[in-house]
Design a protein around this ligand. Structure first.
Ligand code: AMP
Length: 140
């Protein structure tokens, strides 16, 4: 994984915690935001980043996370609307060059791209990987 100076990860569920732990381990500065403080228990004991508790759909919470200093923001809550709002705010209000959003609904991916947001669907990625695996005839 390439090094990024400062990354904000919004949503500390399984996916967000995995990303935040890896980035922190690789030496990036990370701020992780979650509405639930309990979510931070998924972070590694040696996680070196900052944790911000609050609803990321509030601009004040994003300000507390210093989103304006981020080069990359990943919005990976389970809520498409929150991820869209956060990514748009990152791009338009805070000048983040690479907002990346998790989407549940694959059909919305093109809409995000059109608005300058990199979108990915975990379902689509896993689906593709499984199909590839079948195609490659992996051992049963
Ligand atoms: P999951 O949907 O299990 O992958 O987890 C998503 C994470 O995002 C959970 O830890 C939620 O608490 C968090 N989350 C959901 N909505 C928000 C929000 N509006 N602001 C910040 N974190 C959120």
């Amino acid at each position: 994984m390439s090094h990024h100076d400062f990354v904000v990860v919004v949503g500390c569920g399984r996916l967000g915690a995995l990303i935040a732990n890896r980035l922190s381990g690789d030496g990036s500065s990370v701020v992780v935001v979650d509405v639930s403080e309990e979510a931070f228990s998924a972070l590694a004991p040696d996680f070196s980043g900052f944790k911000v508790t609050g609803d990321a759909a509030e601009l004040g919470v994003l300000r507390r996370a210093h989103v304006e200093k981020a080069e990359v923001l990943m919005a990976v809550t389970g809520d498409d609307n929150v991820n869209l709002f956060v990514s748009q705010a990152a791009l338009k209000t805070f000048g983040v060059s690479r907002p990346i959003a998790r989407v549940g609904d694959v059909r919305r991916q093109e809409f995000y791209t059109h608005h300058g947001i990199e979108a990915f669907s975990p379902t689509a990625i896993v689906g593709e990987q499984l199909l590839t695996r079948i195609g490659e005839g992996s051992p049963s």
